[in-house]
Design a protein around this ligand. Sequence first.
Ligand code: BDR
Ligand code: CA
Length: 310
Amino acid sequence: PRPIVLDVDTGTDDALALLYAVGSPGLDLRGVSCVAGNAGLEQVVDNTLKVLDVAGAHGVPVAAGATKPLIERMRPEGLFHGEDGLAGVQLPPTTRTPTAESAVELLRDQILASEEPVTLVSLAPMTNVAMLLTLHPDVAARLERLVFMGGSASQGNVTAVAEFNVWQDPEAATCVVESGLPVTMYGLDVFNRLLIPQPVADRWTQDPRPVVRAAGELLHRRGTRAAGFEQDYVGVLGDAGALVILTHPELFTTVPLPVRVNLSGIGRGQTIVDQRPDAQDQEALDRDPWPVIDVALDLDVDAAAAAFIE
Ligand code: BDR
Ligand code: CA
């Protein structure tokens, strides 16, 4: 299995991603760092511990990180997942506490301690990740890849052009996009299209196993909160798709493209993805070199959903 560390702002869909990270035989979850986003930091840490507990992953260390973006204040749009971040899904209280080391330290230690290169997956505003790359540049050589859920090559969700995770901390997203590492952007172009069939979620909510019931309830909350989808589906799977692309890359179309984060004015928080056919001509790149990252643009929806369900 591929060693991974996860940075989360749990979140109904971060919760589903945590369950997939624990349950997938293709992934070896080494640690989870938390950042404020879908809820305040304390709530995110508590949600993350409770989700890992229900999955039986009591040994996976969880650390607390940034309470706010690098520069700006937190903005309340994160409350899309309800006050508690889990849209009211009730899980047993945790018996664990987060590690004494901070998110950045946990990420650094897990990445440096691994014999195999580690994949860092960010499902949240990228504040912790930006600090990691800035304070500990030595981790770069030990990273296999950095995958982030965030951005869009088309429209946004918080503004006309900006996706929440990038919009909440655009400077941090810039650090990631311009890091020079192998980076995959799992943006709204694919995020919004990976739907789980309603009968699956219905069946899971009746399952005797608490972890499966939790997954069913989380999916239902996403269903009731995401209007306008075909009746046969609950809402978008969301963050967990950024792990499905790791375990099943063949189900996605990913294209290396020049990307930059817009830091100014009404477009702040937008990922500008240059899809002009000649944008990567050597001459164009010499004139104005943009970082080139792998952008997920398309997927086999049914097969990706089946991979998650399995
Ligand atoms: C992203 O924002 C959060 O609401 C979700 O957890 C996801 O990471 C989608 O824009
Ligand atoms: Ca998230």
